[in-house]
Ligand binder design. Structure first.
Ligand SMILES: Nc1ncnc2c1ncn2[C@@H]1O[C@H](COP(=O)(O)OP(=O)(O)O)[C@@H](O)[C@H]1O
Ligand SMILES: [Mg+2]
Length: 141
């Protein structure tokens, strides 16, 4: 388990080199936490660090794709899906098997699809400008 306290958004530039290393090596990353806890904001700062296209919330599109030097980032938000069979309609498994980075907000519906190397980051709100990130590398624990 790793954890970081982000006192303000600008602090992401200090912690992102370390966090990004976990993300890039595991490839499949679940982003858990209540609305407003900073999941989408985290992806924006990660993209900035990796030199990828500007991230936005995929709440309505379900998945956004961004380009960067090392390939493609798939950014999901499963909030609006209601049934697991909607995941096969969008080709969720193929995205996960593509070898590209997959970042997944509201990941619970996809639980049967996640491989063993998946990591999870739990976001929590400490106060208006402070967030806590807890990273676990075994999602099945
Ligand atoms: N330290 C911080 N880290 C991330 N977001 C923060 C932080 N402080 C304040 N915020 C604000 O909290 C909100 C997080 O929203 P968002 O990233 O869309 O959350 P989620 O995707 O988890 O619903 C944004 O308005 C952001 O500006
Ligand atoms: Mg979001």
């Amino acid at each position: 388990m790793e954890q970081w306290v982000v006192n303000k958004e600008e602090d992401y530039k200090d912690i992102m080199p370390e966090v990004a290393e976990f993300i890039v090596s595991s490839k499949i990353v679940l982003l858990n936490g209540e609305m407003g806890s900073g999941k989408t904001t985290f992806v924006r700062h990660l993209n900035q660090f990796l030199g990828a296209d500007q991230a936005s919330s995929p709440t309505f599109s379900i998945v956004n794709q961004y380009q960067y030097d090392n390939g493609i980032i798939n950014h999901f938000d499963l909030y609006r899906l209601e049934r697991a069979d909607e995941l096969s309609e969008i080709g969720f498994e193929e995205y996960l098997e593509s070898g590209n980075l997959c970042l997944i907000e509201w990941p619970a519906l996809g639980k049967n699809y996640y491989p063993e190397n998946t990591i999870i980051i739990e976001f929590s709100i400490i106060d208006k400008s402070t967030r806590k990130l807890v990273l676990n590398s075994n999602i099945f624990k």
